[in-house]
Ligand binder design. Structure first.
Ligand SMILES: [Zn+2]
Length: 344
């Protein structure tokens, strides 16, 4: 298995100051990977800046110009949660371009799978605005790029970040070529991602939302993967799978209330990998979204690489959640989603 990763120090220059989404996140990931022999098994993929034309496949010219202008003025707040510095526009172009490069490397067979270790993250950014720590929607831009460049007919985006990827959903809500499947805590930021949101017109059924109550752990997530995500992706037959990998679903994360462990992430990644292989292509591109507990984040990303490389075992230094929250029942929710999406 040849596995690539995208990284460049330019991603550290997106200076957010005292903010949970800061450069320490990527530094923690890279230094953790460098402490293990694993890094030598990975192929470094150099990112490039996404072009304005590529950004425009998802974003309005006004939004792109606004982000550029705020950078030019030395930075500032784009909304109540989202801050940028003078170098953030460049970093954001390279974040989008990084996921494009990861997709190219996979599509051209340079690697079997790839993980774009980029920031700022992307899945909340909509056509017209930055929000939720995201400036441009990296995964959506890469999906549009891959559809056009390789004349693909179907791409699936699986989003296991603890937040709903409202921007990604919006980008493809009326596009039957892209299946968007999201697990997320609900009710929670950004307040979207209800089960009834399933896509529009000919894209009806290509948005699959799995809003989960706080407190769900590995068992609930694996059940959702088995009962909903695997059958829905299998039915769609994507030629490429992109993953919005957010590790804020981990129990130790300070921003949310889920109970997933590193072992749980590894199991989800294994399911996704096997799904990609089963569908014939094996083409799989991960991109980093959230994850704010540095220990959990770094070890989860490493576990993701271990699974992609085909390792039989992974390390879970944090173990299972010590918090004994009553596990919520999701049986009726899962049945309802299966009914909406004809998965019975
Ligand atoms: Zn998140």
């Amino acid at each position: 298995m040849k596995v690539g990763y995208v990284y460049d120090p330019i991603y550290l220059k997106h200076d957010t100051g005292q903010h949970p989404e800061n450069a320490n996140r990527l530094e923690a990931i890279i230094s953790h990977l460098e402490q293990t022999p694993l890094i030598r098994q990975l192929t470094l993929i150099q990112p490039r800046a996404a072009s304005i034309e590529e950004l425009s496949s998802v974003h309005s010219e006004q939004h792109i110009a606004h982000v550029q202008q705020v950078a030019h003025e030395g930075g500032g707040w784009l909304d109540a949660d989202t801050v940028m510095s003078s170098d953030s526009y460049s970093a954001a172009l390279y974040a989008a371009g990084g996921v494009i490069r990861a997709s190219e490397a996979v599509m051209q067979g340079e690697v079997d799978s790839a993980f774009a270790l980029v920031r700022p993250p992307g899945h909340h950014a909509t056509a017209t605005r930055a929000m939720g720590f995201c400036l441009f929607n990296n995964v959506a831009i890469a999906a549009k790029y891959a559809l056009a460049k390789y004349s693909l007919e179907r791409i699936a985006i699986i989003d296991f970040d603890v937040h709903h990827g409202n921007g990604t959903q919006d980008s493809f809500y009326d596009n039957p070529q892209v299946l968007y499947v999201s697990t997320h805590e609900s009710p929670f930021y950004p307040g979207t991602g209800y089960i009834e949101e399933t896509g529009k017109d000919e894209a009806k059924g290509t948005t699959v939302n799995i809003p989960l109550p706080a407190g769900c752990g590995d068992g609930e997530y694996l059940s959702v993967f088995e009962q909903i995500i695997v059958p829905v992706v299998r039915r769609f037959k994507p030629q490429l799978i992109l993953v919005s990998a957010g590790y804020d679903t981990h129990w130790a994360d300070g921003l949310a209330m889920m109970q997933v462990s590193i072992t749980g992430f590894a199991q989800m990644v294994r399911i996704i990998k096997e799904l990609a292989e089963e569908l014939g292509s094996g083409r799989l591109v991960f991109t980093l979204e959230g994850g704010y507990n540095l220990t959990a984040l770094a070890a989860s990303v490493k576990a993701t690489f271990d699974v992609l490389l085909g390792s039989a075992s992974i390390e879970d230094p944090l173990g299972q959640s010590p918090r004994r929250l009553a596990t919520p029942s999701i049986i009726s929710l899962v049945n309802k989603i299966k009914e909406i999406h004809n998965l019975a």
